[in-house]
Design a binder for this molecule. Structure first.
Ligand code: UDP
Length: 405
């Protein structure tokens, strides 16, 4: 991409958490596929993690990695040395707008959440007292206004009203980027397990990479899953309140009783592969935006169980706008541990998603979204065209800037 004599070079600076890095690597790949040179920026400490995630996604594309400290001055060096055409950096790095401007390159803010949640947050004034968090939040918002634009992790057809609102009403330049579901991990024990099950017969339960329920809540979920009689895959993140070696959260003899019905994964599940499997009939989730997008692109009815932050916006979007979910009913932010939900409520919700009239209706709507998601990333689709127009605008910026020099 770019003129014949110039190949576009974009720097990508992810926040150092695996969910953020995965998305940034996907985006770097997307630009590389379109002929750009992509370089990821990592801190020395996080470089091995970034490289190992990038390796699992290896596609033979030439994606470079440079390391920096988190000192703003340190970022200026690779920018000056590499003279890229643009910097796409995480929303949590507001200071990068100034650094990029100093070096004469445009900074784009990468939002890993939905347009509905971004637009919703802009329009609500729910922050009543100033805290360190609200100060940082304001800094983020100000830097966004001064940046070249915003790249959203979504596709236009999924939330057109919110993308339009952001672009026209709030007047922000933005592009949607959506890479589609691509398996990044090889065959896994749970996939073999799923292969032996009927279509839509298994519930998948996973609360993302950070939510970590306490022993009492895990116990309620365990009881509910057993009582529901459903087949399930349940991803249990390690409960830090439980003493090493003890499994207080599960009822006595639980795992041997559910052996034929359920699979418990402790740690990291190959989520995208699981959701794409035809045996999965519903997804109990915390409404992280990535999991929501992955559920949408797999055509999956959901049970929404938000835990914190914008997950509550995403829940409303799934339940009220897309109408592809059953709400578990939590009302309050539970920080990373969740509001408590009784087993009866969990049992009732998980029984509603795999089979029955309501489930079929949700599945029909969810499948229509799958078609839209596929169309968005095809040549000429909305995400494809958005990337095209972003590259054109970066080209114009480069031209205007080189004339000034
Ligand atoms: N994920 C996964 N296996 C797990 C837990 C999470 O592959 O066991 C992936 C999931 O597919 C998604 C991301 O991690 O891409 C979680 O992002 P999300 O925005 O849903 O939630 P967060 O972890 O940021 O709360």
């Amino acid at each position: 991409m770019g003129s014949e004599s110039h190949r576009f070079h974009i720097l990508f600076f992810p926040f150092m958490a695996s969910g953020h890095m995965i998305l940034m690597i996907d985006m770097a790949k997307l630009f590389a596929i379109r002929g750009c040179k992509s370089t990821l920026i990592a801190t020395l400490h996080e470089e091995p993690t970034l490289k190992s995630i990038a390796k699992t996604k290896d596609s033979g594309l030439d994606i470079g990695v440079v390391t920096v400290t988190l000192h703003p001055k340190d970022l200026e060096l690779p920018i000056e040395k590499l003279a890229p055409d643009g910097l796409i950096s995480d929303i949590f790095f507001p200071w990068t707008t100034e650094i990029a401007a100093k070096c004469g390159i445009p900074r784009l803010v990468f939002h890993r959440t939905s347009a509905s949640s971004i637009a919703g947050t802009e329009c609500l004034d729910y922050v009543r007292e100033e805290t360190e968090f609200t100060k940082f939040y304001n800094e983020v918002k100000e830097s966004e206004k001064r940046s070249f634009g915003v790249v959203m992790n979504s596709f236009y057809e999924l939330e057109p009203a919110y993308v339009d609102h952001y672009r026209t009403f709030l007047g922000r330049r933005s592009w949607t980027k959506h890479t589609g579901n691509r398996a990044s991990i090889d065959q896994h024990e749970c996939i073999k397990w799923l292969d032996s099950k009927q279509p839509n017969s298994v519930i998948y339960i996973c609360f993302g990479s950070m939510a970590n329920f306490n022993a009492r809540q895990l116990h309620e979920i365990a009881v509910a899953l057993e009582a529901s009689g459903q087949r399930f895959i349940w991803v249990v993140k390690k409960d830090t309140n439980v003493e090493e070696g003890k499994e207080e959260s599960l009822p006595d003899g639980y795992e041997s009783r559910i052996r034929n019905k359920g699979l418990i994964i402790r740690g990291w599940a190959p989520q995208v592969l699981i959701l794409d499997h035809e045996a999965i009939g519903g997804f109990v989730k915390h409404c992280g935006w990535n999991s929501t997008l992955e559920a949408v692109t797999a055509g999956m009815p959901m049970v929404t169980w938000p835990v914190t932050a914008e997950q509550f916006h995403n829940k409303l979007f799934v339940i009220q706008v897309l109408k592809v979910g059953v709400d578990i009913g939590v009302k309050q932010w539970g920080r990373l541990f969740g509001d408590s939900v009784k087993s009866e409520r969990v049992e009732e919700a998980v029984k509603r998603v795999p089979m029955g009239e309501e489930a079929e209706e949700m599945r029909r709507r969810a499948k229509a979204l799958v078609e839209m998601a596929r169309g968005a990333v095809e040549e000429g689709g909305s995400s494809w065209s958005d990337l095209e127009s972003l590259l054109q605008e970066l080209g114009q910026h480069r031209l205007a800037h080189s004339k000034k020099i």
